[in-house]
Every structure is written in C-alpha cells, then in structure tokens.
Ligand binder design. Structure first.
Ligand code: GUN
Length: 292
C-alpha cells in the first residue's frame, strides 16, 4: 500500500486565493494589511524562511516591512523597534524570527510585541488564551496542520494522536488544538521511554523534533495519517544538501494512509496561516475603529 500524499503547496495556493480576496476587500476600505518581520543575525535557514514569508505577503496583497539587524545588535535596539511598530497604526502584525542570538532574552522580546499584533501567537497572553480554548492568534505551524487535517476530513474526535516534540512553537500548541477537537493526545519527547510503542498506536502522528528521518516506517500504524513538521538539511549520503523531514518518507509512505512530504508539505501552510493571522489582525483593527 502506498500512502496518499498531502500536497501542502496545492492546499496553500487554494487558501491564499481566498486570503488575497480578503486583502483586496481591506484595501477597498482604505486599509492595506501590513506585516513587520524582524530578523536578527545571519542564520541561513532563518534568512530563507523570512524571504519566503516576505514573498508570500507581496503575492497576497499584504504589505511587508523587513528589518534586518546584525548578529551583535543590542537587545534594546530591537525592543525600541518593536515599541515603534506597536504604536504604528499602519502595521497589523509583528513577527520576530526565532532563534534570536544568544545574548537576547527571547521571552522578553516576544512579550514586548503587542498581543493584538502577535501574529505568531507566541505572547504569553495569547498562549494563555489558546490554552483556555479562546484563541486570539493560533501559532502558524499547528494552525496549518489543522487546516491540512480538515482539508482531508481526517477524523479527530476520539482519535489517538501522538506528537513527537514539545516545543512552544509546534508541539505544545498542536496538542492544545487537537485536544480542543476531542482527540486523545500524547506528547513524546527526547526523554520518552520506548518512543515506537507510542508512535505505533497513533491514528495521527505529528513529527516535530528536528531530527532527520528519525520516524521510520516500522514506527507507524498501518493506515495512519503522518504529518511531518521537520525541515532538516541532509549532511551526508547521495542527497547531501537536500531537505528532508523528521520522517523517513521512503519507508513511511508504504505504511501510512496519508502523509505530508518535505519539502512541499507543512511549510507552505505555515506561511499561509501567517498571512491569515495578519489579515485577521487588520480586519479586527478596522472593525474596532469602525465601532469606536
Ligand atoms: N522559527 C521557526 N519557526 C518559527 C515561527 O513559526 N515563527 C518565528 N517567529 N520564528 C520561527
């Protein structure tokens, strides 16, 4: 049996068509939705992600403002820029690309972003709102995964879901979103005993650890839905330099029922949901101003 491949590029294109219409409707009302992206340092992967985010904005009718800072920039400089963007009525979303250089206190920087412009959903206030089941902004990657599952009508109620990875960006918010849909959720991590015991029980397996091909076909329940959030660059072998996921696609596709590829799976949907959150922020801002 060979799994159905869930094409993230195709789904992203469909969703972005709808988002472009929302951007157009805002523009017609005198509001150009705008996202500010802050990048500190020269991490090559971050530079690529930011470039892709900015390009997606332009294509969808969202204005993007990009602020590039050198690795040795003082934290106070970035905090001052965030304060300026918070106060700017023409900016609806603010994103600080992670990871930040080591001399930064990432939590402090994320908390400096106005919660109403926090399109990543990383501010403690927004994390709390999500945990209480009243989300304001849903973090983009898990939001994208939920849209992918919805697009394929994957049943969530009562489903056994295993998430490998407990990050604030993916694992934890992913668990909260699936829990809100009445799935039975297990989160595994580097200290979990017998990882395969858990993964083999999963109707839906979400891999978000950042370790190339660590989930192999023998760890997957036949027919399962496998969502691969990992983006790793292969260091050796015939595919050195190419991207791969946390799932060993070649062995997994013979066991899974539905699987996301890397690249072309979750990645395009992450960026799409960033656009969705930015439009949401702009629409809320407009509605508030029309009311008040
Ligand atoms: N670094 C890796 N993923 C993300 C993300 O979703 N948002 C931000 N800001 N940084 C990241």
């Amino acid at each position: 049996m060979s799994a159905k491949i869930l094409d993230g590029n195709a789904l992203a294109a469909t969703v972005r068509e709808r988002l472009a219409l929302r951007a157009k409707a805002l523009s017609a009302q005198g509001v150009t939705p705008a996202l500010a992206v802050i990048l500190v340092g020269g991490d090559p992967a971050s530079a690529v992600y930011v470039r892709n985010k900015v390009a997606a904005c332009e294509k969808t009718g969202v204005r993007s403002l990009k602020f590039d800072y050198a690795e040795d920039t003082a934290q106070a400089t970035v905090l001052a820029k965030i304060a300026e963007l918070n106060a700017d009525d023409n900016v609806h979303g603010i994103l600080v690309q992670l990871p930040l250089p080591r001399h930064f206190d990432a939590d402090l920087v994320l908390e400096a972003i106005s919660p109403t412009k926090d399109v990543d959903g990383f501010h403690a206030e927004n994390v709390g709102a999500l945990a209480q089941g009243k989300p304001r902004f849903i973090p983009c990657t898990p939001y994208g995964v939920m849209e992918m599952l919805k697009s394929e009508n994957v049943p969530l109620k009562g489903a056994e879901v295993v998430i490998v990875g407990r990050s604030n960006i993916v694992g934890k918010p992913m668990a909260l979103l699936l829990l809100a849909q009445s799935a039975t959720v297990t989160i595994c991590h580097s200290q979990s005993r017998d990882l395969a015991f858990h993964t083999r029980r999963a109707d839906i397996l979400v891999a978000a650890v950042g370790r190339a091909k660590m989930i192999t076909g023998d760890m997957i329940k036949p027919g399962a839905t496998v969502i691969d959030v990992g983006i790793n660059r292969q260091v050796d072998g015939p595919n050195a330099g190419k991207l791969c996921g946390d799932v060993d696609f070649e062995s997994a596709k013979n066991v899974a029922g539905l699987i996301t590829p890397v690249p072309g799976g979750v990645g395009p949907m992450t960026i799409t949901m960033l656009l969705a959150n930015t439009l949401e922020a702009a629409e809320r801002d407009l509605a508030a101003r029309q009311k008040g």
